[in-house]
Write a protein that binds this ligand. Structure first.
Ligand SMILES: Cc1cc2nc3c(=O)[nH]c(=O)nc-3n(C[C@H](O)[C@H](O)[C@H](O)COP(=O)(O)O)c2cc1C
Length: 345
């Protein structure tokens, strides 16, 4: 039988105190989100939570192998960080996984959930749910060349293939043919045609009990649940049934939630993080990036929602939105916006 790989890892953070932080691999993570969870976003999220596992946006094997840019760039501070790969050619995936491990990624995740046409044309993403053996071959090919965990993010079904038995057969095939034992399940199916990716995140109904049942039927697997989780209270409820929570849109749009994750979900002795201090802690990073030619707006777009629900939040958001994209915009734009929040405290 397949044994659980060690899921508790100890990571060395490159912060001031070089503190060793212990974390359970998939207890809480921020979802991979194309165009959202880029390296600036992840750097910011890491300031809010040391324990959360951060996923990259999906990076295709084609981009890594043939692309001109460095699609694997990240800052050391972002650990623990998982790279999500998009692809379905075992050799190409293995090649990319190897590079990713060399670059220091802590986990490699295969995307079996994205329903976009572009992805389907490349025969990867959610349509791979219909090709369990190929998914297993992909996972195995990667496992053969890396030591870090290789994990799968998938849906509960596709199109008419949406029975619980279909989901179980998919998981069982992947598990039997590879050593994969960590799955993240987006608790809704995907329609491969007729719905946009956005609609596919909203229209198919969420079915949490199905994911709970999966954990019961495959108790040896680490199962993280994803989809529609909006608070840490909800996260705690889910954790009574599954091993982990992956939060997507809520964490991005309302990132102050991440300031409570370490305290609420990992260790009550860790204080809740002060969001104003986090914005200030981002200044050195912003300065460094500006000096490399990054536009201020490319960083500040990820921090617009940090003060949601606090007096001054609207002014903060508006000031950044209106000024951060201007040429020559620098840290003073952020300081001015921050003052609109702090002066109301
Ligand atoms: C803007 C955006 C981009 C996304 N890109 C990806 C992606 O690259 N890979 C992936 O597996 N899922 C992607 N997703 C789906 C999320 O990872 C997640 O499964 C989905 O949003 C449901 O979780 P939530 O309800 O907590 O947001 C994306 C979602 C959004 C909103």
């Amino acid at each position: 039988m397949h044994q659980n790989k060690e899921i508790e890892k100890t990571f060395k953070f490159s912060g001031k105190d070089q503190e060793m932080v212990k974390y359970s691999l998939n207890r809480f993570s921020v979802a991979p989100m194309l165009d959202w969870t880029d390296r600036h976003c992840r750097y910011f999220h890491r300031l809010l939570s040391q324990q959360t596992l951060l996923y990259t946006e999906m990076v295709t094997t084609g981009a890594i192998i043939h692309g001109k840019g460095d699609y694997l760039a990240y800052s050391e501070e972002e650990h623990p960080i998982a790279l999500q790969l998009g692809g379905s050619d075992p050799q190409a995936l293995a090649h990319c996984a190897k590079i990713a491990q060399e670059r220091g990624y802590d986990e490699i995740n295969l995307n079996v959930g994205c329903p976009s046409d572009r992805v389907q044309n490349g025969r990867f993403g959610a349509c791979l749910m219909g090709e369990a053996e190929l998914v297993a071959d992909c996972v195995k090919a990667m496992q053969d060349v890396v030591n870090v965990p290789v994990t799968v993010k998938t849906r509960i079904g596709i199109d008419e293939q949406d029975s619980y038995q279909f989901l179980c057969d998919f998981i069982d095939t992947v598990v039997q043919r590879s050593d994969c034992n960590i799955f993240t399940i987006h608790a809704r199916k995907a329609w491969l045609s007729g719905l946009s990716p956005k609609e596919n995140r909203e229209i198919p109904p969420l079915d949490y009990p199905r994911v709970y049942q999966l954990k019961k039927d495959f108790p040896q697997l680490m199962i993280a649940i994803n989809g529609g989780v909006k608070s840490l209270e909800e996260a705690k409820q889910h954790l009574q049934h599954v091993d982990g929570i992956m939060m997507g849109r809520e964490a991005y749009q309302n990132p102050s939630i991440l300031a409570q994750v370490d305290h609420e979900l990992f260790d009550a002795s860790i204080p809740v993080v002060d969001t104003i201090a986090v914005v200030r802690a981002l200044y050195p990073y912003i300065e460094q990036e500006l000096s490399k030619g990054t536009y201020l707006g490319h960083i500040t777009r990820h921090i617009l929602g940090i003060f949601q629900g606090i007096p001054g939040a609207r002014q903060w958001r508006r000031h950044l939105s209106e000024n951060a994209h201007k040429s020559g915009a620098d840290i003073s734009v952020v300081e001015q916006a921050l003052a609109m929040v702090t002066e109301r405290m």
